[in-house]
Structure formats: structure tokens, C-alpha cells
Design a protein around this ligand. Structure first.
Ligand code: ATP
Length: 782
């Protein structure tokens, strides 16, 4: 038999590795990225690891960062866990279940209350700002001193943006942007440092108020999703790592997979609060995030979403002086459409609009990607980030001012529901339409474009507005400020949608069905779909936000056309940002055409393993020398050590975090008299921030002691045979939320290790209608 590859029956045989260095003789570099010496084995596809001479280009989309760790969604059913389960009994199960529902209730309520606080602050501050601006424009225009209101406008923009961006740049950079890509990665199983901390929530909430009041082309809806996720992670753990407080409640939820379930509920509650769309919220969590889904989680997530929109509705209705009326289900209130119908001949128009949205969305993403790369290269210092945000705030005011000054678009008063009709150069009894769009929050502008009666906006103003807002929103997304892209994208799309209706009206003047609001809505959906490429949740969110169920088909057609057209050119913006930061995200499906890649080609070898009873000094050294987070526990190998091919029969898998807690608590065999009560609680107390090995003190004498790993290790980890295909391993990882997958031979002996990064390395690429599979580089540089 040959040393590797398929035998005559097409069956893959265990691979033999010749003269591999022993684990202890390897340097840390070699241990982190190891390659089998047997080159025959890797003849078909070679692992691309960064060599010291290879420089990673900033902004490369083909590199995975080695710095991201995974979450472990597989329950470690070790002896301690089973012991706890046995003792619990029925009452405990009921109590835990009730606690779970209670937490989902709290998540819904608290997320909504935060949304209300953000909304009311924005509303109050914006009113002050725009009322004063509108007044001063009309006051100074007659005196020919328009530079004074312009100066005020710049000031009112720059001051809040300065505060917000200082907070983001100096206090918590992870709070920048919408936070949706980060939540998506978390739910996918990647640990993004500090993403669900209370400090992040604080900066995000204050930051979003500052950026919206500061007139940046961004919205508060995306950040609400991130806020919901933080609320969920915080409430469900009964402790705060930011404040170093343990409330000693909900301890049994201190595990990655329990926390993940709550976070999906939190993200859904956030969507629900943002758009008043509880079903859309559930679907958003399902479509964009979660790697795992089941019936009871759907039910609880829906519950949190409904509670969230209800709480928000009660509070905002009271705030707007109509308590009990319950007419404010979400932050984004697009207003209900009456008598909204469509003709069959309009469907192709909607599809074309979808395709245009996809095209514009791809362009928007490309522009934003180029800007992000520019920022990564040149805007690295925090003060530079703050200055950039302030410049964008000033430019936003300048462009708005120039537009209303240069395009004197006047309409008779009374037609528009705007709060601050500004006359500017219009005649008496008229108001400047562009001033009314700029002198209100972007949400209110979307509403205007959806509901303003026909002929409110002229084509030139709309066209200018589209161009200006398109580039402004793309420039704004990614600044050191907390804001999302939903609203500016909807606004851009609504404007060009309305523009199309103006064009159609010119072509077929007597068509009664060409309602500009309807086209604004389709344009908005197409633009947003083209940028984010969500289909299921976006359709439902827009349907719920506009209260128009009969419009499902046009929306679906539009969004599918937008997605397909956009995908032809590039990835959606969230995926682009995720790829840019090198996160090893596992998509829904394995890449196509990789069935001929086997575990033996994907796995790492040699494997760092431990024995069931292991020397303390050896464990400490191993943890210091390597950065791995999981170690197969094996029986001593049966084979001759001089020709190491396997690492002994697998007995279990132990995590670095578990080893650290054992070392910290000094659970050594020689100390067994002082152990006291050892239960799973000792691990939960340290969750989620375990100390590093450097923080654990182990004396020289203790290093001669030994640890019995059997009660702590996972005694039945998922393993696969060396002959398993890449798609099979991929599906296991994706469906079960795995972190480590030891590869075994026919006699159940460990021969390799596969982790998320090994699988995420194989990625499908699509470009201009072509596709293929590429192998990414793993780098420690990004
Ligand atoms: P994660 O970072 O996903 O939490 P991890 O730190 O254990 O898990 P990775 O950083 O994904 O592992 O691993 C980097 C590389 O090291 C991968 O190619 C993986 O196969 C390999 N690897 C992981 N654990 C071991 C191990 N115990 N022995 C040998 N190689 C390993």
C-alpha cells in the first residue's frame, strides 16, 4: 500500500507521517501553523500559511486572521456536568425553563426602553436644532447673511459628532458602525472581543444619539440590533465583567451556547424595536446570524420581539401624548399605506428596479470598501478618526446648505407635513422642499418621500439628492461613530424610486397606479437589498413597517433581483467588512466542488495531545508554548514512537480554559485532601473571562504533581475519520457549533485536528458571473 491516498478500492487509507518532530521540540511559530511533512498527501491542495517573507496587503479580502478565537456551542458533557444533571431533578428543570422565559421577557423590555431613551433624546435634541436652524435661515436670508445659519448648522453638526466620535475612538472602538457584522460573527461562533460588554452598550447608545443629532447620514436602527444583543448577553449572565460584579443569579446560563441563544433573542428584539417588526426580527436572527435554530428558540425569540415592540409602543405613544393608542410600534415609523395595490404589468418594472438597486448597492459597497482600506492604511490614529468624523459632519451640513441654496425648489405651504417649513428664497405662502428634507431626521425624510403627495418633489432636486446622499452615506458608514446604514440607504433608494415614478408619469401620464410613494418604497427596498443582500427578513421588515401584506410579491421580486445583481459584482457590505477583518466566518453552506478534499488534507498535524493523567509542569509548559484552545486527551500510542503517525486512542477533549481553571484551583492528585466540593460551578465562576496561563501561579514543587483530566474533559467529543469529506466536516461544525474536531484513524487513534479556521480557509469566490473555490491565507498580522 502506498503511504497515502486512495487504494485500489478508492478508499482513503490512514496517512503515514515520516520523522515528524516531537511536539516539545517545536517552536511556538511552528506549533501554531504546522504542516505535515508528507507532501504527497497535500499534492492536490496546499495549505496557505503566511511565510515570514510574505507581506499581507492591507485591505486584502483573502486572509483569515489568526487572532480570532471561537465560541464553543457544544455542551461539554463531562463527569461534573452529568453529576449536576443527575442531582437536579424535575423542579430544577422547570425553574431553569421559567428563568429562561423571564430573561427573554426582560431582554424585550430593556431593549425597548433603551430604544425609547435613544429615540426621545434624538427627537428632543433634533427639534431644538432644526427649529432654530429653520428660523435662523428665514431670519438671515432677508438680510443676505446666509453664512450665519450655515455656520450654526456646521457647529450643531460638529459638536455632537465630536462628542460621539471621541467616545467611540477613545473609549470603545468596537461600538463604531452598526454592530451588525460583529453580532453576526458572534452568532456564527466567533469570539469578537468586547462586543457584548456594558461599556460597549453605553458608548453605542450615546454615540448613536450624537451621530443622528449631528446630522450624519446614518440611522439608529442598526445599532439597536447590537444594543439588543448586549442587553441579552448582560442580563442572561447575572454578572458584569465591566463592573466586576457577580449577582450570583442565572449561573446555569454561563455557557457559550446558552448565551448565544439569548443573544439571538436580543438581536431579534433590537430589530423589532427598530422597525416595529417582531416577525422580521426573528427572521433577521435566523437569516443573518445564528448557526443553530430550533423550535423552542424560535418561540422564545418571537416572544422577546413582541414584548420589545409592545413596550416601545406603550412608552412612545405616551411620550407623543396618545397613551393607549399604541401607534408607535417601532423607531422607524414609515406610516401606513392605504389602498396600496399594483398591476401585473408593474412587476417587471419592480424587477428592473431591484436590479438597479443591486447595481447601485454593489457600487455603494465598492466605494465603502475602498474607503475602509484607505482608513486602515492612513487613518489609524484616534485623533485622525475623530477629525474625519467632524469633517464628514461639516461636509454634510455644507452639501445640504448648497442644495437648498442652489436648487430653489419651492412648493405651496400646507402640502407637506414637514415640521419646519423654511421659506428661504421662495415666495410668500411657499416653502423650500429641500430645506424640509434636510431640516429633519433622516427617518422623517424617508417618511416624507413615501407619503408626500405626487408633485411634491421635482426631478432635479431628487436627482441631486440621490447623488449627494449616496456618496455621503457611503463615506459616513465606517467612521468612528455609532450609526447604521438602513436609514440612509432607504432614503437614497426612496429618492431614486420617486424619481423613477416621475419619469414613468411622464411616459404614461394617465396611469393612476403610478403612486410615487409606492415607487419610493420599492426603490428603498431595492437599494437596501443591494447593499446588505438580505432577502427574507428585509421583505418581512418592510411589510411589517408599512403594514402592507399584499405587497409581498413585489418586494420579494425586487429583493431577489437586487441580491442577484449585487452578488454578480461583490459581496454584501456586512460580508465585505467581515472578510476585511479576517474573521473566520462559516457561511450557511460549504463551498461547492470540494467533495474531493478529505479530512486528512485539511487537518493539522502533528497534534498536541495530553494523557488522561498528566504532569502539571508539562501542562503549564504546553499552555505557555502553544496558543491552541483544545487538546485531545489520549491513551499512550500503541505504535512505535520513532515513526509517529498517531497520538493514541482518543479518550476525550479538554479545553485550555478548563486546564487553566484546574491549575488555578490547584486540583492536583497530590492535593486531593483539600479539594472540597468540586462541581461545574468553578468553571462558571470564571466564565467568560478566564485568566491567562501567565496569571496562574504554579510553584516548582507543584509542577511535579499530576492532574487526572478525566472528570473534566469532554469524554465524547465529535470526531471524524480521516476519510471524511470537507463538506461533511463543514456541516458538523455549522450545525453543532463545534470548535475542535479531532480526526481519527480506523482504530480511533488521533491523527489530526481540524478547527473552524481550517474550514473557513476554503471559500467560494464569485465575480462577474464566474465562481470557484479559493484557499485563504491565515495570518497573525491582521
Ligand atoms: P479557536 O482559535 O478556534 O478557539 P484553537 O485556538 O484551538 O481554536 P485555532 O486557532 O483555530 O485553534 O488553530 C489554529 C491551527 O492550529 C489550526 O490549523 C488547527 O487545526 C491547529 N490546532 C488546533 N488545536 C491543535 C492541537 N491541539 N494540536 C495541533 N494543532 C492544533
Amino acid at each position: 500500500m502506498s503511504e497515502s491516498g486512495a487504494n485500489g478500492d478508492g478508499e482513503i487509507r490512514p496517512t503515514r507521517f515520516r520523522n515528524l518532530p516531537s511536539v516539545n521540540s517545536l517552536s511556538q511559530e511552528e506549533l501554531i501553523v504546522t504542516e505535515p511533512e508528507n507532501t504527497e498527501l497535500l499534492s492536490s491542495i496546499r495549505r496557505r500559511v503566511q511565510s515570514s517573507s510574505e507581506k499581507i496587503e492591507t485591505g486584502s479580502l483573502n486572509v483569515l486572521s489568526a487572532k480570532y478565537e471561537s465560541l464553543d456551542y457544544d455542551t461539554c458533557e463531562n463527569y461534573l456536568f452529568l453529576d449536576e444533571e443527575r442531582k437536579k431533578g424535575y423542579r430544577f428543570i422547570v425553574k431553569k425553563n421559567l428563568a429562561r422565559w423571564f430573561i427573554f421577557l426582560l431582554i424585550g423590555m430593556v431593549t425597548a426602553l433603551i430604544a425609547c431613551a435613544i429615540d426621545i433624546s434624538i427627537e428632543e435634541l433634533s427639534q431644538l436644532k432644526y427649529a432654530s436652524l429653520s428660523k435662523s435661515v428665514d431670519e438671515y436670508v432677508t438680510q443676505g447673511k446666509l453664512h450665519i445659519p450655515y455656520f450654526f448648522w456646521v457647529l450643531y453638526n460638529v459638536i455632537p459628532v465630536l462628542i460621539g466620535s471621541i467616545l467611540v475612538a477613545y473609549v470603545e472602538p468596537i461600538a463604531s458602525g452598526s454592530g451588525i457584522p460583529q453580532v453576526k460573527c458572534y452568532l456564527n461562533g466567533v469570539k469578537i472581543p468586547r462586543v457584548v460588554r456594558i461599556k460597549t452598550l453605553f458608548v453605542k447608545s450615546v454615540g448613536v444619539v450624537c451621530s443622528v443629532v449631528g446630522g450624519l447620514a446614518g440611522g439608529k436602527e442598526g445599532p439597536m440590533i447590537h444594543s439588543g444583543a448586549v442587553v441579552a448577553a448582560g442580563l442572561s449572565q447575572g454578572k458584569s465583567t465591566t463592573f466586576n460584579r457577580d449577582f450570583k443569579i442565572f449561573k446555569y446560563f454561563r455557557e457559550d451556547h446558552e448565551k448565544r441563544d439569548f443573544v439571538s433573542g436580543g438581536a431579534a428584539a433590537g430589530v423589532s424595536a427598530a422597525f416595529g417588526a417582531p416577525v422580521g426580527g426573528v427572521l433577521f436572527s435566523l437569516e443573518e446570524g445564528t448557526s443553530f435554530w430550533n423550535q423552542s428558540l424560535t418561540w422564545r425569540t418571537f416572544f422577546a420581539s413582541v414584548i420589545s415592540t409592545f413596550t416601545l409602543n406603550v412608552v412612545l405613544s405616551t411620550y407623543h401624548g396618545v397613551p393607549g393608542d399604541l401607534s408607535y410600534p417601532g423607531l422607524l415609523n414609515l406610516g401606513k399605506f392605504e389602498n396600496f395595490s399594483y398591476e401585473v404589468y408593474e412587476l417587471p418594472i419592480f424587477v428592473l428596479m431591484g436590479a438597479l438597486g443591486g447595481l447601485l448597492g454593489a457600487l455603494w459597497n465598492h466605494f465603502n470598501y475602498k474607503l475602509s482600506v484607505f482608513r486602515m492604511r492612513y487613518i489609524r490614529k484616534r485623533w485622525l478618526k475623530v477629525i474625519e468624523a467632524c469633517i464628514v459632519a461639516a461636509v454634510s451640513a455644507t452639501l445640504g446648505f448648497l442644495m437648498m441654496f442652489l436648487l430653489n425648489d419651492c412648493k405651496p405651504l400646507g402640502q407637506d407635513p414637514t415640521k419646519y417649513p423654511t421659506q428661504l428664497y421662495c415666495q410668500d405662502g411657499q416653502y423650500n422642499v429641500l430645506a424640509s428634507i434636510w431640516f429633519q431626521t433622516p427617518e422623517a425624510s424617508v417618511r416624507s418621500l413615501f407619503h408626500d403627495p405626487p408633485n411634491t418633489h421635482n426631478a432635479t432636486s431628487l436627482a441631486f439628492f440621490v447623488v449627494v446622499y449616496f456618496f455621503l452615506s457611503s463615506w459616513t458608514f465606517g467612521l468612528a461613530s455609532s450609526n447604521g446604514l438602513f436609514i440612509p440607504t432607504l432614503l437614497t433608494g426612496a429618492a431614486w424610486g420617486r424619481l423613477i415614478s416621475v419619469g414613468l408619469f411622464r411616459i404614461i401620464p394617465d396611469a393612476v397606479l403610478i403612486h410615487p410613494g409606492k415607487y419610493a418604497m420599492i426603490g428603498a427596498a431595492a437599494q437596501l437589498g443591494g447593499v446588505v443582500r438580505m432577502t427574507i427578513s428585509l421583505t418581512v421588515i418592510i411589510m411589517e413597517t408599512t403594514g402592507n401584506i399584499s405587497f409581498a410579491l413585489p418586494l420579494i421580486l425586487t429583493l431577489i433581483a437586487a441580491k442577484w445583481t449585487g452578488d454578480f459584482f461583490n459581496e454584501g457590505i456586512y460580508d465585505t467588512l467581515i472578510q476585511l477583518s479576517g474573521v473566520p466566518l462559516l457561511p450557511w453552506e460549504p463551498p461547492p466542488l470540494v467533495h474531493n478534499i478529505y479530512a486528512s488534507e485539511v487537518m493539522s498535524h502533528p497534534v498536541v495531545t495530553l494523557k488522561c493523567v498528566e504532569n502539571v509542569g508539562h501542562i503549564v509548559e504546553l499552555l505557555k508554548l502553544t496558543s491552541y484552545n483544545g487538546f485531545p486527551v489520549v491513551d499512550p500510542p500503541l505504535t512505535d514512537q520513532s515513526e509517529v503517525t498517531t497520538y493514541g486512542r482518543i479518550r476525550g477533549l479538554i479545553l485550555r480554559s478548563q486546564l487553566i481553571v484546574i491549575l488555578k484551583k490547584k486540583i492536583f492528585n497530590e492535593n486531593s485532601d483539600f479539594w472540597g466540593d468540586i462541581n461545574v460551578g468553578i468553571f462558571r465562576d470564571e466564565y467568560p473571562r478566564y485568566p491567562t496561563i501567565e496569571q496562574v501561579c504554579v510553584s516548582e514543587v507543584e509542577k511535579t504533581y499530576s492532574i487526572d483530566l478525566r472528570p473534566f474533559m469532554n469524554p465524547s467529543p465529535y470526531t471524524v475519520l480521516h476519510s471524511s469529506s470537507l463538506p461533511r466536516m463543514f456541516r458538523l461544525f455549522r450545525a453543532l457549533g463545534l470548535r475542535h474536531l479531532p480526526i481519527v484513524n480506523d482504530t480511533n487513534e488521533v491523527i489530526g485536528m481540524v478547527t473552524r479556521k481550517d474550514l473557513a480557509r476554503y471559500r467560494v469566490w464569485r465575480h462577474r458571473g464566474r465562481m470557484g473555490v479559493e484557499e485563504l491565507l491565515i495570518s497573525k498580522e491582521i
